[in-house]
Design a protein around this ligand. Structure first.
Ligand code: PAF
Length: 281
């Protein structure tokens, strides 16, 4: 697995593969790899002839009080893990290569990019979308895989690709979890031992709320119950919401496939998670 940092090197490699008729899948990441990222690479590996992983800690998706400076960075470790998971190429541009001097364009979003995460992280999805458009247009990948862990991001990216006529197919990768249900996340590394014990209550509450909805509980009641549990279990509840799985439009009841999404604060760490909630169960 080679590492390239410039658009010219990236295009040269990918153009050669395309000339051989190879289909290319992209696994975009910010590094600090865990099993969830490796699942993106394996999913890509099973779907395309060539897999490009990208590693770019995108400054534009961090707010001023967020963890950009201390975000874990270890490219050598990440490169070894990408290689072992079956990536053919690592694209690891530096910030100057992504946002050269004078860079002045940001993707502006509405629809699924409003509310939920955007309420707590203003500018986050604009930063994600700007980087994602560049990664998709630079690679021209046939497919790109995004984790369901960041469910709102996945829906925003699908909307973006459709609205801007990008040719890449977006593929969803199921969330990878610890044995106790905690969704893998690079930020789990920030949890201390006592917080780590409390963290699985997020997924447990999402599951219990989804089960109550499937069993016919009115949405208002099920959500109130879930919110109470999360308020007790965590240091702050940002949201627990039932949304349309495809559009993230609010839902008053389980009349179509929904997604339960939640975010909480645990010590200095923000945890997000989500589960499907279908009529069929
Ligand atoms: O999910 C992530 O790691 C990032 O938001 C992404 C998609 C790589 C864009 O920077």
């Amino acid at each position: 697995m080679r590492t390239v940092r410039t658009v010219a090197d990236l295009r040269r490699t990918l153009d050669a593969w395309r000339a051989e008729g190879d289909a290319i899948a992209l696994a975009p990441t910010m590094g600090a790899l865990h099993g969830g990222h490796l699942a993106l690479v394996s999913l890509a590996r099973g779907r395309a002839d060539r897999v490009v992983a990208s590693l770019f800690v995108n400054p534009r998706q961090f707010g001023p009080s967020e963890d950009f400076a201390r975000y874990p960075r270890d490219e050598a470790r990440d490169a070894a893990l990408f290689r072992d998971a079956g990536a053919d190429l690592l694209y690891a541009p530096d910030a100057e290569a992504m946002y050269p001097d004078g860079f002045a364009t940001t993707v502006s979003l509405a629809g699924p990019a409003l509310g939920l995460e955007a309420d707590r992280r203003p500018g986050f999805f604009e930063g994600v979308a700007t980087a994602v458009v560049k990664l998709l247009t630079r690679t021209g990948a046939d497919e790109a895989v995004f984790g369901e862990k960041d469910y709102q991001q996945l829906v925003v990216v699908r909307r973006l690709v459709s609205d801007l006529d990008l040719k890449t197919r977006i593929v969803a990768c199921p969330t990878v979890r610890e044995a106790d249900g905690l969704a893998l996340s690079s930020r789990n590394a920030y949890l201390d031992a006592a917080e780590r014990v409390r963290a699985p209550a997020l997924h447990a509450t999402l599951r219990a709320t989804a089960a109550a909805l499937r069993d016919g509980a009115p949405a208002g009641e099920a959500l109130r119950g879930g919110r109470n549990v999360l308020e007790d279990a965590f240091d702050r509840l940002d949201y627990l919401e039932l949304r349309d799985a495809a559009t993230l439009a609010p839902m008053d009841g389980l009349d179509r496939t929904g997604r339960l999404l939640a975010a909480v604060r645990l010590g200095a760490t923000r945890l997000i998670d989500n589960v499907a909630v279908d009529l069929e169960g």
